[in-house]
Design a protein around this ligand. Structure first.
Ligand SMILES: C[S@@+](CC[C@H](N)C(=O)[O-])C[C@H]1O[C@@H](n2cnc3c(N)ncnc32)[C@H](O)[C@@H]1O
Length: 315
C-alpha cells in the first residue's frame, strides 16, 4: 500500500502501473512490492481488521503495537473516534538534529463501518510520513535547509566538525548555513552570489563558478558532496559519475530536480543503481527526489536499504 507524496499522486500512479484500489491518496497494489519513489509512506505489512465498535477497533490496534496514525480516505469521524482511543502521537516540531526512535509507526484507514486496512509497520518513522522541524527564521536565507536536515536525520549521519564539504548550487546559502552550523568546512559553489552573511562565515569558502565545469581534482577530496543545483537530471548524473570515478567524495546527498511536469524515471533508475545508494521523496521535497549515498546510512524512510544497488528493482 502506497501513500502518495504530497501533490504527486499522478507520478505515483504512473510508477505503479496497474492498481487494485485507490482510496484518496492511498494506492493498493496486491502482490509483489513495486518500485515507487513518489510516496510519503509505504505500508509494509498491510492487514484487514474487522471490528464491531470504535472501542474494539482501538483495542485490536493497541494489541498489535502502540503507534498508529489514522489515514482516513472516508468515514473521517469514525476514524477520529478510533484515534482518540489510541495513545497520542508526537506532533511538536522537532529540533535538529534528533535521533529517530526505533519504535515502529503504523497506519490505518477505514474501508467501511466495521473493517479497516492497517499496517503495523511503514517505511516512514513519522505519522503518515509527515513532520516539521523547529525552524530558524533568522539564520538561513532560504527554507531549503529543511530537506537537507531531513536527509541527514533519515541517514542517521551528519558532517562532523572539520569535515570538508562541497555544497553545489549553494546560493542563497540555506544548505551552506546548515552544514557550517554543524562545524564542518564548506566549499560553496554557485554561479550566483550567496547572501553575504553566509558567504563570510569563518568556515565557508565561496567559489563563484559553474559547478559542472569544475572537475573533482580542481576541488580536491571532500567528505561530503551536496548538490541542490537546478538542472536536468542527466546533467547531475554525468557530474556525479565523474566524482564517483575520481574516488574523491565519500558521502553524497543530492536533489534530483524534475523539469516541467515530467518525472525522469530513467535517470532516477540510474541513480538508484549506484551501489549503496537510494532515492526517495522527502516530506520537505517539492517536485524533486533526493539521492542519498552515505556510509552507514540507517536507511530510514525506505522499504529496504539497497546496499547491493538493487533499489527500485521490485520486492
Ligand atoms: C534551489 S537553488 C539552491 C538553494 C540552496 N541549496 C539553499 O539552500 O539556499 C539552486 C541553485 O542552483 C544554482 N545553479 C544552477 N545551475 C548551476 C550550475 N551549473 N553550477 C552552479 N550552480 C548552479 C542556481 O544559481 C541556484 O542558486
Amino acid at each position: 500500500m502506497y501513500h502518495a507524496a504530497r501533490g504527486w499522486l499522478p507520478h505515483l500512479l504512473d510508477e505503479l502501473g496497474d492498481r487494485d484500489r485507490l482510496d484518496g491518496e492511498l494506492v493498493t497494489v496486491l502482490g509483489q512490492r513495486r518500485p515507487a519513489r513518489w510516496t510519503r509512506n509505504i505500508w509494509t505489512k498491510p492487514l484487514i481488521i474487522d471490528f464491531e465498535s470504535v472501542g474494539e477497533a482501538a483495542r485490536k490496534l493497541k494489541d498489535i503495537q502502540r503507534n498508529w496514525a489514522p489515514c482516513p480516505a472516508r468515514l473521517h469521524r469514525r476514524s477520529a473516534l478510533i484515534a482518540e482511543r489510541l495513545p497520542s502521537l508526537p506532533v511538536k516540531p522537532k529540533p535538529f538534529p534528533f535521533v529517530v526512535p526505533e519504535t515502529p509507526m503504523g497506519a490505518f484507514t477505514l474501508l467501511d463501518e466495521g473493517r479497516m486496512l492497517a499496517s503495523p509497520t511503514c517505511t516512514s518513522p513519522f505519522a503518515n510520513g509527515e513532520f516539521e522541524f523547529e525552524e530558524d527564521h533568522e539564520g538561513p536565507p532560504s527554507r531549503a535547509y529543511r530537506k537537507l536536515w531531513e536527509a541527514l536525520v533519515l541517514s542517521g549521519k551528519m558532517p562532523a566538525p572539520g569535515e570538508r564539504c562541497l555544497d553545489a548550487g549553494a546560493s542563497p546559502g540555506g544548505w551552506t548555513w546548515a552544514i557550517a552550523g554543524l562545524g564542518a568546512e564548506v566549499v560553496a559553489v554557485d554561479r550566483a552570489d550567496l547572501e553575504p552573511r553566509i558567504a563570510t562565515l569563518p568556515n565557508v569558502k565561496v567559489i563563484r563558478h559553474d559547478a559542472f565545469t569544475l572537475a573533482p581534482a580542481d576541488l580536491g577530496p571532500v567528505d561530503w558532496l551536496f548538490s541542490d543545483v537546478i538542472c536536468y537530471p542527466p546533467a547531475l548524473y554525468a557530474w556525479i559519475e565523474k566524482w564517483l570515478a575520481s574516488g574523491l567524495a565519500r558521502n553524497f546527498i543530492c536533489t534530483i530536480k524534475m523539469q516541467g511536469a515530467e518525472f525522469d524515471g530513467e535517470t532516477t533508475q540510474r541513480f538508484e543503481a549506484i551501489p549503496g545508494s537510494r532515492v526517495l521523496h522527502l516530506w520537505h521535497n517539492r517536485h524533486e527526489l533526493t539521492w542519498i549515498k552515505v556510509d552507514g546510512d540507517r536507511g530510514l524512510g525506505s522499504a529496504e536499504m539497497p546496499l547491493d544497488g538493487s533499489a527500485g528493482k521490485g520486492g
